[in-house]
Design a protein around this ligand. Structure first.
Ligand SMILES: Cc1cc2nc3c(=O)[nH]c(=O)nc-3n(C[C@H](O)[C@H](O)[C@H](O)COP(=O)(O)O)c2cc1C
Ligand SMILES: [Fe+2]
Ligand SMILES: [Fe+2]
Length: 403
């Protein structure tokens, strides 16, 4: 099934209602769509993205309904993740004369994806393609969410083809339409939830880049947003766009923050005791501190706090030569944030070898966090003297957080 969404603009994508997990870690309660669009001009026909390879048969059948592949002149690859570029190789096999339009960083990805020669046009922001009666304008918007991401804007129809930005893993069998204006109120609520969840799982690490893109896109009149997943937003596109701006502002909030997040795991209360004094020291230095015990704090709260903190402090026990699982779990969940360059420090109590502390430090380094000082280690139960030292260690760290 295909759909005309504006004058000479067609949705030719595919629905994947049965998808339950996307990219290994993203649950997709409402399935998803792989959106592809065809624009027919008086001079040229241009295809925007393709689909996941597994859906090639349906995809090409849809596409041929609107335009024979032989009559397509250009394909815009907004991003090379295989959910959108999976059918590209077959497209070029069917018509090797098609010119691939892409960003500069995309070139290498395309070479590695296709392993063949192809006609290529590297665009810069502001470049336009005259389709005959229609003008497509391009924007390079890196890291939304890959280095190669770009977007297109159809001037005459005021449609922003936004790639994964403003996307949602959502589809429903209750309507054949791809437009959000066709959803019932109840389904629209589900769609909005999926839209927000998509941001929190996929776009959230890139707030800084969202703000950069928005600065460029603000010049556009946007009547419709056509992302690469989920519904095309003809109803209230501006509202969704502003929602993104507000979320992305968290990046600026964090830059000005004087906050630290302490996350700790403690079996017998030794690391917990050290934590109290580290916290006191940091607060004495003037830092606002959020503390989370991994055995009771909801993961979402921990991650939300880290998002807005200028430093992350891990307190860890050592169990069987490792940091305990909840510490690894917090680190794994940092996948939805960008912690590169973030200030960090580690403390903990151990019995005889203390690998938990070392592992935690190694992982911080691997995530390009900035370890501010040597870890604070205590063997078994901290003495009063060690607790004083913990406070001093926290105070010194606090000054670095503020500095
Ligand atoms: C099951 C278990 C395994 C442990 N394995 C280690 C270990 O491999 N290396 C080590 O340095 N300490 C080990 N310890 C000792 C604890 O790290 C030590 O008692 C520490 O003070 C506990 O701090 P906590 O109360 O904050 O958890 C182990 C303790 C338990 C209970
Ligand atoms: Fe993607
Ligand atoms: Fe995608």
């Amino acid at each position: 099934m295909t759909q005309k969404i504006a004058n000479d603009v067609y949705w030719v994508g595919v629905r994947d209602a049965s998808l339950v997990v996307f990219d290994i870690v993203v649950p997709t309660e409402h399935g998803t769509t792989y959106n592809s669009y065809l624009i027919k001009g008086e001079k040229h026909n241009v295809l925007l993205d393709t689909s996941k390879k597994d859906f090639s048969e349906t995809y090409f059948a849809n596409l041929e309904e609107i335009c024979p592949v032989k009559e397509i002149d250009y394909v815009v690859v907004h991003h090379t993740e295989p959910d959108h570029s999976g059918a590209l190789k077959e497209l070029l096999q069917r018509n090797p004369d098609i010119t691939v339009i892409h960003s500069r960083p995309c070139r290498k990805f395309l070479d590695n994806l296709l392993n063949q020669d192809f006609k290529s046009w590297v665009i810069s922001s502001g470049d336009t393609l005259d389709l005959g009666g229609k003008t497509l304008k391009f924007f390079v918007t890196p890291f939304l969410h890959w280095p190669d991401t770009m977007m297109s804007y159809l001037e005459e129809e005021q449609i922003l083809f936004s790639c994964d930005f403003m996307g949602a893993h959502y589809t429903t069998e209750k309507t054949d339409s791809i437009l959000n204006s066709a959803l019932s109120e109840e389904d629209h609520k589900d769609m909005v939830e999926a839209f927000e969840f998509y941001y929190s799982m996929i776009m959230r690490p890139y707030n800084e880049h969202i703000l950069k893109a928005i600065k460029m896109l603000d010049e556009l009149e946007i009547r419709m947003v056509a992302p690469s997943h989920g519904m095309v937003m003809d109803k209230n596109p501006q509202q969704f766009y502003e929602w993104y701006r507000e979320k992305a502002n968290n990046y600026l909030v964090r830059l000005q923050s004087k906050r630290a997040t302490i996350v700790y795991a403690s079996a017998y209360g030794n690391t917990a005791r050290v934590m109290e004094f580290v916290r006191e020291g940091m607060e004495d230095a003037g830092v606002e501190v959020d503390v989370f015990d991994t055995s009771s704090a909801p993961m979402e709260q921990i991650i939300n706090s880290i998002e807005l903190a200028s430093a992350v402090v891990f307190g860890t026990s050592t169990i069987n030569a490792k940091a305990p699982e909840p510490i690894f779990s917090v680190i794994a969940n940092l996948v939805v944030l960008n912690v590169s360059g973030r200030k960090a420090a580690v403390f903990g109590s151990f019995g005889w070898s203390g690998e938990g502390i070392t592992m935690c430090e190694d992982l911080c380094r691997a995530m390009h966090m900035k370890l501010e000082q040597e870890p604070f280690r205590v063997q078994m139960t901290p003495s009063d003297e060690q607790l004083d030292q913990a406070r001093e260690w926290g105070y010194g760290l606090g000054l670095k957080v503020l500095g």
